[in-house]
Design a protein around this ligand. Structure first.
Ligand SMILES: Cc1cc2nc3c(=O)[nH]c(=O)nc-3n(C[C@H](O)[C@H](O)[C@H](O)COP(=O)(O)OP(=O)(O)OC[C@H]3O[C@@H](n4cnc5c(N)ncnc54)[C@H](O)[C@@H]3O)c2cc1C
Length: 305
């Protein structure tokens, strides 16, 4: 990152120097196709033969995922026999929502699960979920009114499109509605520029994050005007809605934690170092739908070994 900032790019990955025997080449392809298939796709799209020429190492987006060095994700109960005190409140891997389980990248609390840890955790979560179903054999009761209300909310973007289609100022720009790709572009731009994305050299600070929240709030208002031409776009609308919740949680947590916990993934320019004295802990948040408030608080880190 520093070299790129100093204008010394590009950084080259000299695969041609290490993939120098047929055996190493075979292992190389296997490793890349197993773990980082995007790299193989980049080679194919740029006509690069990794045994002959180096490839450019491109700084990419930071990964916000539960199992890959950022600890992000839903809070789940630990197993009764190992987890300490308040870290176990029910079935293993059950979130704070009764009957909802999570594993792998969706779940926080452990930064180095990676692929093998994620699928192992998936297996544990699935077993616990089966136990939950066996212990709760009766289906949940949901009123017809609640179902009708939910259906009308979910399909509203298609209704809006049918009612307003054709009302455009130019191309696909309408004063009455927003398509999911337009909303997604806006969300990505906000997160990139204000929340420590690649164009901001993975750096942010309190002022940028506060501004990000203002932009996200405005985007949330506009999500009330989403439109979908078909079921595929409808799915994209709701993906965008969920992404916006995730983005807001990321911004709020990054703002709350006054240190840089994962240098290389993001930097808080106003708190550029790891501060173990004050922040060797987890940060949790709860969104209260009734009041629209976020509660953000810390939880202690407890070493099991
Ligand atoms: C660039 C990169 C490099 C990595 N390198 C390594 C490495 O070298 N070694 C390593 O061990 N780990 C590595 N990881 C981490 C590893 O890939 C992940 O931790 C692991 O894949 C997480 O598994 P998962 O099952 O939790 O999630 P995923 O593998 O993301 O699976 C989630 C699945 O759910 C699907 N899905 C999403 N929404 C819906 C929906 N609404 N309905 C139905 N399906 C849906 C998705 O399409 C996806 O297939 C890397 C990750 C990245 C991004």
């Amino acid at each position: 990152l520093q070299e790129i900032l100093e204008g010394k790019g590009p950084i080259l990955l000299h695969t041609e120097r290490v993939l120098d025997t047929p055996e190493k080449e075979a292992i190389g392809w296997e490793d890349f196709l197993n773990m980082t298939i995007g790299q193989a796709v980049t080679w194919a799209s740029q006509g690069i033969e990794p045994t002959k020429v180096p490839s450019e190492l491109i700084l990419s987006e930071p990964y916000v995922m539960g199992s890959h060095a950022v600890c992000a994700g839903a809070w789940t109960s630990g197993p009764k026999d190992v987890a300490l005190g308040e870290y176990s409140w029910g079935y293993n891997r059950m979130t704070t929502i009764q009957g909802l389980f999570g594993a792998g990248d969706t779940v926080g609390g452990s930064a180095h699960k990676f692929s093998s840890g994620s699928y192992t955790e998936g297996r544990l979560a699935a077993k616990a979920a089966v136990a939950f179903v066996q212990d709760h054999p009766d289906p949940p009761t949901v009123s017809e009114t609640a179902i009708a209300k939910f259906r009308s909310t979910v399909y509203a973007p298609m209704e809006r499109y049918e009612a307003k289609k054709g009302n455009v100022t130019t191309g696909t720009v309408s004063p009455d509605y927003l398509f999911p790709d337009q909303g997604l572009n806006r969300l990505e731009k906000i997160m990139d520029e204000y929340a420590g994305g690649v164009s901001a050299n993975y750096t942010t600070n309190e002022h940028l994050l506060t501004r990000a929240l203002e932009h996200l709030r405005r985007l949330r208002v506009d999500l009330g005007s989403m439109a979908a031409k078909d079921l595929h776009q409808l799915q994209r609308v709701w993906e965008l809605d969920h992404r916006l919740w995730t983005a807001e949680a990321v911004v709020r947590h990054t703002l709350f934690r006054k240190e840089t916990r994962w240098p290389g993934y993001y930097y808080r320019a106003d708190y550029p170092h790891v501060d173990d004295q004050n922040w060797h802990c987890f940060v949790n948040s709860v969104y209260e739908p009734a009041s629209g408030e976020w509660k953000i608080f810390t939880r202690p880190y407890r070493a099991l070994f």
